[in-house]
Design a protein around this ligand. Structure first.
Ligand code: SF4
Length: 171
């Protein structure tokens, strides 16, 4: 996925993928940020998407979308919002998620290229991967993330400020 439309350059918000993800949602800020101490990743962390697509497939998961994201996605696909929701969105309680294919692929993962069909309009959840609180809680959690995501610990060094910005967007 080092393709132009599937780059996970966090300067542009992060990876296009990152679905199952939601199972790993944060409940609170990780590390010791809230206590005033620097978190374990205070020196920054490296990330550079390798384009493998691992985070766009696999075990069932959710890609949460809010109304503004649905509207942007619909516009990108030249659909009206109702059409888009009928085709690509499911209700999960009071929230909404993109649907996924029977094999676990995100509905917008294109094989064999492994490109994201809606990369420019991808949801925030995808943009902030892998800098999720669930991945950052401990160094061990980050190491587990690296086992699934080969871009973790490679590529550009993201500063604490950038990581915190991603965490602030995590919802
Ligand atoms: S698993 Fe990691 S390296 Fe692979 S596409 Fe997703 S973010 Fe990129």
């Amino acid at each position: 996925m080092n393709h132009a439309d599937h780059l996970c350059d966090f300067s542009d918000g992060g990876c296009s993928a990152a679905r199952r993800r939601t199972k790993l949602r944060r409940n609170a800020l990780p590390g010791s940020t809230m206590s005033g101490k620097l978190p374990w990743y205070h020196a920054g962390l490296r990330f550079g998407c390798r384009g493998c697509g691992n985070c766009c497939t696999g075990e069932p998961g959710y890609v949460w979308v809010v109304q503004s994201e649905i509207e942007q996605l619909a516009e990108m696909l030249s659909l009206d919002v109702d059409q888009f929701e009928t085709l690509f969105v499911r209700n999960v309680g009071r929230r909404k998620s993109l649907i996924e294919m029977p094999n676990g692929d995100c509905v917008f993962l294109q094989r064999p290229s492994m490109r994201c069909k809606v990369y420019p309009a991808r949801p925030l959840q995808c943009r902030t991967w892998p800098f999720w609180s669930s991945n950052l809680r401990t160094p061990e959690d980050w190491a587990k993330t690296a086992q699934r995501c080969p871009g973790t610990d490679h590529g550009r060094l993201y500063s604490l400020k950038e990581i915190d910005a991603a965490l602030d967007q995590d919802r």
